[in-house]
Write a protein that binds this ligand. Structure first.
Ligand code: ASP
Length: 346
């Protein structure tokens, strides 16, 4: 009898503990953990200790910090999550360190074709662009499409004409091209020549990082927004569009759940509708942002060898930064105003 009682008690403890764990991992809480907050990424990939010099590491961290502080000031001064996302991403687009705007990777034709998207969690409005060659800030163009047109996505020439009609700045394609990226594409082409076959088109030289940039923010009014901007993948065929401008793949925001931006091998993120999948797990299964993001990135994508990561913030200010690569340039800031940045696995 005594043994039976002990057994019953042990069984009860196991069930009780697993319930507690489930409750911790769910999305039921109602208290904000920060009044506002912002999380960013500058791409994931082969980013491991030793790859970069101390000076390079410092440069990446400084730029991430600068971007975080721009977003922080906007949010602190009652700005919107959308403004914070757009302006934060612009800082990263203008830096040659990342694969967006200046410093974007090159296509197989040695040109730059940029993709971007922005989304408001408040009303699910979204704007996206693909194949942009001459507009200085693709993230701002995405926002203009969201706000000044009845459309969600515009591509190539039509998007660029729309940009000019909306007073946006036009630049040459060379404006985006850096020496580093020219060297990179020449190296990839040399490797390709060795393989001598179009079917062996190399879109990841094995040494690359996905340097896309992204941001997700929660403002003081409880609104969420997310945005992503990229040059895509090095040596992509011209005309290739990745996950970034596909709403629900690389970019998604919904005030009911969270705001998310992804980076990685875009084809996997499109096929798995990654950011929407994470939001759906939160909405329908009540998972926490961290649990939902790890399920998708560390389990689902990993099983397919889909490499990359996701950053996000939920409606209460909980932040996630998850990746299945060696590292991810990333950072976050809360209402405390202290920027946190990291490059490698902890
Ligand atoms: N996801 C982007 C794409 O496939 C690449 C990246 O994250 O750097 O276009």
């Amino acid at each position: 009898m005594k043994i039976f009682k002990v057994f019953l008690m042990a069984a009860f403890m196991i069930v009780f503990n697993s319930c507690v764990k489930d409750i911790e991992e769910t999305n039921f809480a109602s208290e904000k953990v920060t009044e506002f907050g912002l999380v960013i990424h500058g791409g994931a990939g082969y980013i491991y200790p030793g790859r970069y010099s101390e000076m390079e590491e410092r440069a990446y961290k400084e730029k991430l910090k600068e971007a975080l502080l721009i977003g922080y000031e906007i949010l602190k001064n009652n700005g919107t999550a959308l403004d914070a996302v757009e302006k934060t991403i612009q800082v990263l687009e203008e830096s040659p360190l990342f694969n967006a705007g200046i410093g974007a990777v090159l296509t197989s034709e040695k040109t730059v074709e940029l993709d971007a998207a922005i989304m408001s969690g408040k009303n699910l409005s979204a704007g996206a662009v693909a194949g942009i060659k001459h507009i200085k800030s693709p993230i701002s163009l995405a926002r203009k499409i969201m706000e000044n047109s009845p459309h969600v996505m515009m591509i190539g020439e039509g998007a660029e004409v729309f940009a000019l009609q909306n007073g946006m700045e036009k630049v040459s394609n060379e404006y985006f091209i850096t020496e580093d990226k020219l060297k990179e594409i020449n190296k990839i082409h040399a490797e390709e020549r060795k393989k001598k076959s179009e079917s062996n088109l190399i879109i990841d030289s094995g040494n690359n990082k996905f340097g896309t940039v992204g941001c997700a923010a929660l403002d003081k009014f409880g609104n969420l927004a997310a945005g992503t901007s990229t040059g895509g993948m090095a040596n992509k065929r011209f005309g290739r569009v990745g996950d970034v401008p596909i709403i629900g793949a690389g970019t998604y925001a919904n005030n009911k759940t969270c705001a998310l931006s992804a980076t990685g091998h875009g084809e996997f993120f499109i096929r798995n509708v990654v950011t929407h999948d994470i939001s759906a797990l939160m909405e329908y299964k009540n998972l926490s942002i961290n649990k939902a993001a790890s399920l998708v990135v560390m389990d689902k994508l990993e099983k397919q060898n889909g490499k990359g990561g996701v950053i996000g913030i939920d409606r209460l200010g909980n932040i996630t930064m998850i990746f299945n690569t060696d590292g991810m340039f990333r950072g976050f800031i809360t209402d405390k105003g202290i920027p946190n940045t990291a490059l490698y696995k902890d």
